[in-house]
Design a protein around this ligand. Structure first.
Ligand SMILES: *[C@@H]1O[C@H](CO)[C@@H](O)[C@H](O)[C@H]1NC(C)=O
Ligand SMILES: *[C@@H]1O[C@H](CO)[C@@H](O)[C@H](O)[C@H]1NC(C)=O
Ligand SMILES: *[C@@H]1O[C@H](CO)[C@@H](O)[C@H](O)[C@H]1NC(C)=O
Ligand SMILES: *[C@@H]1O[C@H](CO)[C@@H](O)[C@H](O)[C@H]1NC(C)=O
Ligand SMILES: *[C@@H]1O[C@H](CO)[C@@H](O)[C@H](O)[C@H]1NC(C)=O
Ligand SMILES: *[C@@H]1O[C@H](CO)[C@@H](O)[C@H](O)[C@H]1NC(C)=O
Length: 928
């Protein structure tokens, strides 16, 4: 029910920008009926915005789509047509013009108004608007009816059109429903390896009927672009220049002659910082554009979290007629920042500082390099209308609590709603954004390209004013996966497919992007070796580098997956690049999450229900009896646990399932920890590595996936472990698994150097200190966004014949420093543990964990040994972010852990059911 009320508020908020002289009927406020020509017995109340599955669920025609194997049972919905029909609309008869404004239709529709065909649509990501004035004149029953066709059937039919584009077998990644690449609909609606395939339909975004008096307009979209004078998307902006604010309003209706645009920029106290008329106003084809300049220093810059304040301003645009009467007002919340994705060649100056030659690939905020820490965001729900601002706020709180500053909003979902960018603006989360293409190549016929062009223009203009918008990429894994697969499968045809790729991702998208924004950088593919050269005499200036690489040089960003379980911690297998934008391994969600969707008798690793919710490797079709791929995915998790951890073998089958789920999370957490530490050390190495975004932030259902946050918001072990290794200052050990060479580094992503004290102590598992001395520096300084080697040695030399299974190194660092843009000095600490032997063969002992509950916190103490991966667990029905979890404790060490309650349906009773375990309890003792 929350879903509805929040949307009503959002719709009202967006109406606030409309002047009073219009009549805008929010179609979310009228009654709708949902029926299907395929099923005469179904006729239920419909909603706007919504999707068919949600409305059928509300009407109890179907159960929870996410329950058990309902994904497969509900395919009939996707194979059918569905019609949303409004009640008669209360409209004026004497308006000068009447428009349908549809911000999002998912996807194939035939629209009727007053019983007349208005239009057909075929792109989920476009805003559609139709002048229906002529229909209203002779209309007794102003009813709007939108008939949605079946996306899987239409995708197939599009594929079958004679002359349609095809690709060599194996190039197009097939999840469940085929042929997604022919249609402009959320690609993961047809299945992905972390989500179900529902192919939903519906009026998924707000929709309006707008009625205008003469000489009046309705603003349907507004671009605001803020950049430094002379700024150009592919080069570092000059931070001494004044700001330019370019505003461009898309409207329906007609403006009186001689309009002017008055603007004010005000701060949260309501005070106007600057006001006046926009200069250089031009007006054509329903678009009014003008600009002004804002003196450098007149406004405070916007910074991402951890780097300064998230300063925002209100921009008000008043379009006034020649007698200075306001025709329409537009408000946008803006911020002043430059965000630059630097792919320029490595300079001699950088080489002199030890950077390997090649190309840069990193982000700069307001002229400063920074270390990007974060993860990849997928659609947080299979049904977008079910995503509320409150849910995203909770998720973004976890992003901030997890020490993350950037999310890559993965490109085969949907363009993010404004309320998501609004939250990111307020919280300081940079959103690397992408056009919705991925893991496929796409057709380049004229109709397809024209359809994409409309989509790109609308979306680029809609979100550009948000200071959290960090970057645009053309699509997911196109250069490193798709083009390379074509090259392997059909080398003779590679030039043709490459040319087509460039037709879409360079020739079509780039001129539109550059025509609308000077502030945002672009790359055709999420993972890329970057551009090789730029030619500004062309409307599309980019020549991509692809594989034109020079030996010894380093280019671009990296994307790396390795399901060979023997390779945990083998640093030589990680890619050396400038920025890591994807890497990961899947794990099971907690028992508490499984219980939301799966009956207790099915809660075992090999039950059909659990297996068939594992979509990795991809199912490869809609066949639901093929357990083969699911068993590979389940096997990868199982074998990883068996190789690296003591194996749970509890008598109680539910406790055993829970322990196994947890163990897969421990593997995942260690797998990511090694890589994040490796990439962060790269900031001090010739690769000058400046980003680590793991796959993936969150879940959209309860299933085995790469997520760090489960569907209801509960953190897996990895989200806590990533929080720990994303701290500004960390200490970590790097072991060469081939020759046992060991290095220890202190690493900092602060913007000024720090002086740090280091402590290294060896223990056995019973918690006794070992008499091992290492020739390590104890007082070190670490440069800005850099690292310092504390120790270089060899493990065999260090252990001097001691058995590694009973030796553990505890590393502590404590540093004085200050955060970017802050004058105050603070202490940054980090503790890390290195276990030289796999935990599966280590001499684990019962650490004798004790848990006490305080007012607002818990205290955990290890009384009889070293505790690995201490885990505070809590029952379903609540969601908490603990301050710390998944940590290690020395014998006798106690730790007080605070928490934030994110949601609670237990009436506070969760507190009595909090438990604590460590690796020892999880695998080597009975009970949960
Ligand atoms: C189903 O939808 C498609 C696409 O809009 C349309 O062409 C077809 O006529 C519809 N069929 C029915 C029975 O409504
Ligand atoms: C779509 O085509 C595939 C073969 O490419 C077929 O297996 C599937 O049944 C078709 N789906 C529909 C809804 O017709
Ligand atoms: C923008 O204006 C709204 C009221 O219209 C106010 O609540 C808000 O604080 C303002 N925000 C900023 C950043 O100026
Ligand atoms: C208006 O256009 C002129 C000529 O192109 C340019 O010099 C000036 O900077 C523009 N003014 C603003 C505020 O953009
Ligand atoms: C138009 O009105 C605004 C305030 O509403 C005022 O600041 C401005 O001076 C007026 N301009 C003219 C030309 O009257
Ligand atoms: C909608 O979202 C809620 C969380 O707010 C979730 O519990 C529910 O399962 C979702 N429904 C569907 C059908 O995705």
């Amino acid at each position: 029910m929350l879903r509805r009320s929040t949307q009503a508020v959002l719709a009202a908020a967006s109406l606030a920008s409309v002047a009073v002289s219009h009549q805008v009927l929010d179609l979310g406020t009228v009654d709708w009926t949902l029926a299907s020509p395929n099923f005469s017995h179904i006729s239920v109340p419909g909603k706007v915005p919504s999707q068919v599955h949600l409305d059928l669920q509300d009407a109890q025609v179907i159960g929870d789509p996410l329950h058990a194997l309902n994904e497969f049972n509900l395919r009939w919905i996707a194979y059918s047509n569905w019609t949303y029909t409004s009640s008669p609309l209360a409209l004026q008869k004497n308006a000068s013009s009447t428009w349908l404004v549809l911000n999002g239709l998912d996807t194939f529709t035939s629209i009727e108004f007053c019983g007349q065909h208005v239009a057909a649509t075929n792109n989920q990501f476009r805003q559609y608007y139709f002048d229906v004035s002529a229909f209203l004149g002779f209309c007794d029953r102003p009813v709007l009816s939108i008939n949605f066709g079946s996306a899987p059937i239409i995708a197939n039919a599009t594929r079958a059109i004679p002359g349609q584009e095809t690709w060599p077998f194996g190039v197009q990644q097939l999840y469940e429903f085929p042929n997604r690449e022919y249609i402009r609909k959320e690609q993961s609606d047809f299945g992905w390896d972390w989500g179900p395939a529902f192919a939903p339909a519906g009026i998924w975004q707000p929709a309006y009927v707008v009625q205008l008096p003469p000489q009046n307009v309705y603003v349907r979209n507004t671009l605001v672009d803020i950049y430094r004078e002379g700024q150009y998307n592919f080069y570092a902006p000059d931070q001494t220049k004044d700001w330019v604010l370019n505003a461009s309003v898309d409207y329906l209706g007609s403006l009186p002659l001689g309009v002017n645009v008055q603007y004010t920029i005000s701060d949260a106290s309501g005070e106007n910082l600057q006001a006046g008329s926009l200069s250089n106003v031009t007006s054509e084809d329903g678009r009014l554009t003008g600009s002004t300049s804002v003196r450098d220093g007149a406004v405070e810059p916007w910074w991402p979290v951890g780097m300064g304040q998230q300063q925002l301003y209100n921009l008000t645009l008043n379009i006034v007629d020649s007698s200075n009467t306001t025709v329409v007002t537009v408000k946008k919340r803006i911020g002043f920042r430059t965000i630059f994705n630097n792919q320029t060649p490595i300079s001699q100056e950088q080489i002199d500082l030890g950077v390997a030659p090649g190309g840069n690939w990193h982000f700069e905020i307001n002229g400063h390099e920074f270390y990007a820490k974060g993860s990849n965001f997928i659609p947080p729900d299979v049904f977008w209308p079910n995503v509320t601002e409150q849910r995203l706020r909770q998720l973004f709180d976890s992003v901030i609590d997890g020490n993350q500053n950037m999310l890559r909003v993965w490109s085969s979902g949907a363009y993010s709603p404004d309320f998501m960018y609004d939250l990111a603006d307020e919280m300081g989360i940079l959103l690397w954004s992408e056009f919705e293409f991925g893991c496929a190549l796409y057709p380049v016929n004229e109709k397809f390209l024209e359809n994409v062009a409309h989509e790109v223009e609308y979306q680029v203009r809609r979100v550009n004013h948000h200071p959290s918008l960090a970057y645009w990429a053309g699509g997911n894994e196109l250069e490193n996966l798709e083009l390379q697969t074509v090259y392997k499968k059909a080398p003779d045809e590679y030039p043709r497919y490459l040319a087509e790729y460039e037709t879409l991702f360079l020739d079509t998208i780039v001129p539109i992007l550059l025509g609308n924004t000077k502030s945002i950088s672009y790359s055709p593919s999420s993972t890329t070796n970057g551009w090789q050269s730029l030619d500004f005499s062309k409307s599309q200036p980019i020549t991509q580098r692809y594989e034109n690489l020079t030996a010894g040089a380093i280019y671009g960003n990296t994307d790396s997956y390795n399901y060979n379980i023997t390779q945990l911690g083998n640093l030589s297998r990680y890619p050396v690049g400038r920025f890591a934008n994807e890497f990961g391994y899947h794990s099971m969600p907690s028992l508490q999450s499984w219980q939301q969707a799966v009956a207790s008798e099915d809660l075992s690793f090999n039950s059909s229900v659990v297996m068939l919710r594992d979509h990795h490797p991809p199912a490869g079709g809609v066949n639901t009896s093929n357990f083969y791929n699911a068993s590979i995915g389940q096997g990868q998790m199982t074998m990883a646990v068996q190789k690296w951890y003591p194996v749970p073998d509890k008598t109680d089958s539910l406790a055993n399932f829970s322990a196994w789920c947890h163990s897969t999370q421990l593997f995942q957490a260690e797998f990511y920890k090694f890589q994040i530490e490796f990439y962060r050390r790269g900031s001090a190495l010739p690769e000058r590595q400046l980003g680590s975004l793991y796959w993936q932030l969150e879940d959209q259902w309860q299933a085995p996936t790469w997520a760090g946050i489960e569907y209801d918001g509960r953190w897996k072990v990895i989200h806590y472990v990533a929080k720990d290794v994303f701290k500004p200052v960390i200490i970590s050990a790097y072991r060469n698994v081939t020759n046992n060479d060991l290095e220890i580094w202190a690493i900092s992503d602060l913007w000024s150097s720090i002086s740090a004290t280091v402590n290294l102590t060896w223990y056995d598992w019973s918690g006794n200190k070992l008499n091992i001395s290492m020739d390590a520096t104890t007082n070190v300084s670490v440069g800005a966004i850099n690292g310092t080697k504390i120790l270089v040695s060899n493990l065999d030399t260090i252990l001097q014949g001691r058995d590694a299974v009973n030796a553990l190194l505890r590393m502590d660092v404590s540093a004085q420093g200050s955060r970017p843009n802050s004058n105050s000095t603070q202490t940054f600490t980090h503790t890390n543990w290195f276990h030289p032997a796999p935990l599966s063969s280590s001499n684990l002992t019962d650490p004798g964990l004790e848990l006490s509950k305080n007012n607002g916190s818990f205290t955990v103490k290890a009384t009889s040994g070293v505790a690995a991966f201490v885990w505070l667990d809590y029952p379903g029905g609540a969601v908490l972010n603990f301050e710390d979890n998944g940590f290690w404790l020395a014998k006798g060490e106690e730790k007080e852990v605070g928490y934030k309650v994110k949601s609670d349906t237990t009436g506070g009773r969760w507190k009595d059911a909090v438990t604590v375990r460590s690796l020892w309890n999880n695998a080597l003792s009975e009970g949960y």
